[in-house]
Design a binder for this molecule. Structure first.
Ligand code: GRG
Length: 302
């Protein structure tokens, strides 16, 4: 995990299959984080590395693939891919804590506070959040593009995005608010959609290009992803999903499945995937791997 990703061979700007592109995104983003932590030892860096290992690396893939679509040198985009995986991993570590979802399993492994302790989990999340911005500062792009990436990531991760959405979710659950479809859509767009949308905009932001097509793609993808997550919580096998399931229904939470029913949720997810794929038409055949990713997001079993 301490390889310098600049030395990892990254294929030129050719399109790869989704499987290969996601495996590659996981490898180079983890290597970049490992390199940033090299020379450190102890529970904290170990817990940070543990937290960024074993996921699908969907967000890193989106960052690298949209950068490829815009002709960005892959080595230049690795910092952004690693940054978004750090923010995502921190959110999962904190979400699993006893004061939030109180989960013991994540990606089929003990959660960070179970493997170490709560203090280490809080600090590993904090360390990953700070590291994300360090990695982004080191990304290779024009100063104005970098400022845009930094500002938009702080919006996506913060009170206007993921943290704000998580807070609204907890408040609604605590007060047993009867959320409707519009409320849930807005809440999830912040809680899970904002990071996915940010990742999908890495390419046009680095290239200072038109953002509209990938903005539409990211929004539809983020919502489809959340509906699929609700369906996995409803129907999924915990040994395959890698975490506890059935928690939303047990807590009486309003979700896309409780509001639309399982069949309604599946057809809404299918519509969103179609919308996401349509948004990519300006990119032609070169966007086929991003289309595959949209179809994967609702077909996945973990
Ligand atoms: C605690 C600040 C803070 C925020 C938490 C995103 C979030 C907000 C909590 C995660 C809760 C959760 C499981 C939401 C469902 C969507 C989601 C982020 C699923 C996990 O993402 P994947 O499937 O994970 O991309 P992997 O393991 O593949 O990286």
């Amino acid at each position: 995990m301490t390889d310098n990703p600049a030395k990892i061979r990254i294929s030129a700007l050719e399109r790869q299959s989704l499987n290969d592109a996601m495996a590659h995104a996981a490898k180079v983003s983890q290597a970049r984080i490992g390199f940033a932590l090299s020379g450190l030892s102890g529970d904290l860096p170990d817990a940070m590395l543990y937290a960024v290992t074993g996921g699908k690396a969907l967000r890193a893939f989106l960052a690298l693939e949209t950068a490829r679509l815009h002709g960005i040198n892959p080595v230049s985009a690795v910092g952004a891919a690693a940054a978004i995986e750090c923010i995502h991993a921190y959110s999962l570590v904190h979400d699993d804590l006893p004061c939030m979802d109180d989960d013991e399993l994540r990606r089929g492994q003990p959660t960070v506070h179970k493997q170490w302790d709560e203090a280490t989990a809080v600090l590993a999340g904090d360390g990953l959040q700070a590291l994300a911005f360090e990695l982004l500062v080191q990304a290779e792009c024009a100063p104005r593009a970098k400022l845009n990436l930094l500002m938009s990531l702080s919006h996506a991760a913060g009170v206007r995005g993921m943290v704000g959405g998580q807070s609204a979710d907890i408040a609604a659950e605590t007060a047993q608010l009867p959320l409707d479809l519009e409320d849930i859509t807005a809440l999830q767009a912040s809680k899970t959609g904002a990071l996915i949308s940010w990742a999908a905009l890495v390419g046009p932001r680095m290239a200072e290009a038109e953002r509209e097509p990938l903005s539409l793609y990211g929004e539809a993808l983020g919502l489809a992803f959340q509906i699929a997550d609700d369906l996995l919580d409803h129907f999924g096998d915990p040994t395959i999903v890698g975490k506890a399931v059935g928690k939303d229904a047990a807590a009486g939470k309003a979700t896309f499945v409780s509001l639309l029913g399982p069949d309604g949720a599946k057809s809404r997810a299918n519509e969103l995937v179609e919308q996401a794929c349509d948004a990519l038409s300006p990119y032609g055949d070169d966007a086929e791997t991003l289309k595959e990713a949209a179809r994967f997001v609702i077909a996945r079993n973990h």
